[in-house]
Design a binder for this molecule. Sequence first.
Ligand code: S3P
Length: 421
Amino acid sequence: MNIEKITAARGTVTVPGDKSISHRAVMFGAIADGVSKITGFLNGADCMSTIDCFRKMGVKIDVNDSSVTVHGAGMRGLSAPSGTLYTGNSGTTTRLLCGLLAAQSFDCSVNGDASIAKRPMRRVCNPLRLMGAKIDGDYCPLTIHGTQLHGIEYHMEVASAQVKTALILAAMYADGETIIYETEKSRDHTELMLKAMGADIDVDALKITVRPTSRITAQNVTVPGDISSAAFFMALGAVMKDSEITIKNVGVNPTRTGIIDVMRSMGADITLSNERVVTGEKAADITVRTSQLHGVTIGGDIIPRLIDEIPIIAVMAAFADGTTVIRDARELKVKETNRIRAVTDEFTKCGIDITETDDGMIIRGGSCIHSADFKTYGDHRMAMSLCVLAQAADGVFTLDDAECVNVSYPGFFGDLRSLNG
Ligand code: S3P
């Protein structure tokens, strides 16, 4: 596909619902007592994989565009699926299911696409095994033999909300208390939502205590827009000339706003307005105007707060004055693709001065960027980042696979076009 170019980015856009919250609203609603109505649900491929898996376990779920109704089956109400649960491209579906399935009274298998088959599952299977889980394999396909789990005290090895959530789900079914210590704070949508639904969870900084929970109660969820999707327009507004974009109703949970902190430290003109709380999650409108950015160093405990935004931060760094260093981001190697390698290869192709490092990248801004045929590696966030890069650069750019944006943002190209000012 030829990347269509807009001349300036001006106007207002509403991005689809938060992917992490949409997954959780379906999963937790499925094991709750009662009916949950979810509005602003992300109707993208990943969250549809979650819905398909729970339908296969007997949960009635009605989908009407971004409105979803989940008829909760209760914590002991899931039934054995007749075949393998297929999780598509979704790491969140796969890993969260491991925690939940380990505690059921049936066996089942989980598998996903070629990218999922390469993503490490040991990080979730091993702590679950310490709880007594019986899981065959460390990569998909996994077979999980449901059993009674036990509480443990566990120090996490990676900052991962997927691993944390799998353990919290398993811990609710365990026969004793579980204490989880995080290395750094990762997104906390699970803790917020499950606590609101009545789960016995306490959070004290990096320590999470989960006590056995026999029931959670359905709640209606209004999902805010995904800051990881808004990030593409935040960057576009900053790097494109004559631009001003307002992104409405974006989730600004503090565990997700590393991109705002980084953009401010790069000198971006970015403001939040209409700040509010919706179903326990902070939300705001975000306005970004054309800005002369400068390079920064990004590392340490901010990384989990912006892990999915690193490809688009790298795009901003390419247009910034000076050098940007991204470190402590080894996790990028095990995302939908190796994002350190993918960003480095594609940026190099169009003339950007970038060096791959073991835990990140170094980008020297201000290179003369030229035409290129970009590869997405089937990664939705690579596709959208490269598309933003093309908007602010001179030249003609193509993408080998534009379809992959459907994983998290099916209307991305239309929304981009709508900003053409
Ligand atoms: C997610 C957690 C993050 C993130 C992913 C969504 C979640 O992954 O990259 O896109 O919803 O819990 P990790 O837990 O592997 O860091």
